[in-house]
Structure formats: C-alpha cells, structure tokens
Ligand binder design. Structure first.
Ligand SMILES: [Zn+2]
Length: 281
C-alpha cells in the first residue's frame, strides 16, 4: 500500500489539575474539587487532532477545542460558561490561539470540510468535539454507538454538552467482536483492517482508539486512554475517568501494544512531550 501520512494538528489547549492528569482518587467530589485548582497546580496540555492521508480517503480524527470556546484566541470565561457550563469550563480551562482551531488549520492547508471523506470522533468529551461545527460539510462523521448512548445519560451529560454535537449528522456504528482491545470489540472502517476503531473503555464507556495499519506496521491513536506517558509507564490512570479499573486495563493493553515490534508509535491526544508534526507509515 502507498505511504500513509498522519499529520498531528495542535488544536488548542486545556489546563488540567495535576490530580486530573497524573491520577488520584476519582469521584464526582474530587472532580468538583479539581475545578478550583489554581493555575500553578495545573498542567497546560495540547489537544491533538489527526489529519490522515490514506489511500481510501482523507480523514480526520477528533475536532479539538473550537473557535467558539475562545473567540479572541485566549481563555474566555464568559464564552465557556455559556457553551460548557461553569463547572466543566473551570475543570478544563480550554483555549485556542488564532489560526489553531481545526477549521482554521484545514483552511491554511487549502482544505475545506467538503474535502474530508470522514471525521472519526474517539469520544464526545468537549475538548474532542469542540471544533465539530467547523467541519460541517465533511463526507461522514463516525461515532461509536456506545459513546452516544451513554453521553445522553448520567454524569456524562455534564462533561459532554449536547449543544456541541447533537445537531451534527453523526453516523453511529456498533462495535463487533474482535481480537483487539480490552473489550474485544472493534469496528473495521473500510473492511480491510487498515483502519480499526478499537473500544478501550475506562475514560468513557464508548471511547475508541484508532489503529492505522500499513502492511504489518501500525500507529495507534490512543485518544484519552492515557493522558500522558506516565500513565502507561506507572499503570496509574488519569484522575478523569469513568471507571478506574477498566482504565488500568486499557493502560496495560497500551503497554503491550508498545512492545510489539510492528508498533511505529502510540499517540496520546494530550501528550505535552510530543514534538512530531507528521508520521509516515
Ligand atoms: Zn481529552
């Protein structure tokens, strides 16, 4: 197969408490406490989206922090409260510099949303779908049914505001039995195993990692199954997850994948040490 190019696009930042990134007791109350973390106790993290040049089509994974979050390119408490609600705005503290939202970065490359064959959403957290409205016109939007089902319910309603995604033409898919992932569920986008969406529950129930394969070599876009390398190295899940036991299982699985000689890279959506702009596979 010809070379596949994976472009890493930094679409804004979030500023999370250290406890949220590096683990800690996860509970609704601890999450609420983290909304009050001072700036010095926070880590500023990039929000990666991925633009992939694939023989089957041009596609995007996730939509990052949207321009609507940050109209003037800086942290905007009033805009965020209106879009996300005060607790989530204080928890994430997202912003996106001028020229960095997903729509703006596509335009800078001479691309319109209509040029995208596909947009894959790994899950519905606000920092992954914030730029979704900037992508109106793209060919298809794919989302795991399990993510959609839970996002309308329980505590997910707080972390995944529906106004960010409910009016978009999302095509929901069912995972199928697979040898991949901790739940052994995956979805084969083009029926040739070149792009597999692999369920890794923990951070959310429906979250998918995206495995892109060319021949035997593969790159794994792990979304928020880990927030930073330390999570994988120590087996400690991020503080912000729905089920810490499942999140630990996902970290172990990522660690196993990393040891596979055919694994070219595991990319995390908020890896502050990531320096690469493009990976060729
Ligand atoms: Zn995230």
């Amino acid at each position: 197969m010809p070379t596949i190019k994976i472009h890493l696009l930094r679409c804004g930042t979030i500023a999370l408490s250290r406890e949220a990134v590096l683990g800690g007791r996860e509970s609704f109350l601890s999450a609420l406490r983290q909304t009050a973390a001072s700036p010095k106790d926070r880590l500023t993290l990039p929000c990666f989206c991925y633009l992939i040049e694939h023989p089957k089509g041009l596609f995007l994974v996730d939509a990052g922090v949207g321009r609507a979050f940050s109209p003037d390119g800086v942290y905007d408490a009033a805009a965020l409260r209106a879009l996300l609600g005060a607790p989530l705005a204080a928890y994430l503290r997202p912003s996106v510099e001028a020229g960095r939202s997903i729509g703006e970065q596509l335009a800078a490359r001479g691309l319109r949303p209509e040029d995208l064959d596909l947009v894959i959403l790994t899950h519905l957290d606000a920092d992954h779908v914030g730029g979704l409205h900037e992508l109106r016109g793209a060919g298809r939007f794919l989302l795991p049914e399990d993510e959609y089902f839970w996002s309308c319910r329980t505590v997910y309603k707080l972390r995944q505001p529906q106004r960010l995604w409910l009016d978009m033409p999302l095509e929901r898919f069912w995972y199928r039995g697979s040898s991949l992932g901790t739940n052994r569920w995956a979805y084969d986008v083009w029926g040739d195993e070149s792009v597999m969406l692999i369920n890794l529950p923990g951070h959310t129930d429906g979250l998918c990692a995206v495995r892109i394969r060319n021949g035997k070599r593969f790159v794994l876009l792990a979304s928020d199954a880990a927030i930073c390398r330390e999570n994988i190295e120590t087996g400690t899940p991020p503080g912000f997850c729905f089920d810490a036991g499942l999140a630990r299982k996902a970290l172990r699985w990522l660690g196993e994948q990393e040891k596979d000689p055919d694994c070219a890279a595991i990319l995390l959506s908020h890896d502050r040490e990531q320096t690469r702009d493009t990976i060729c596979l």
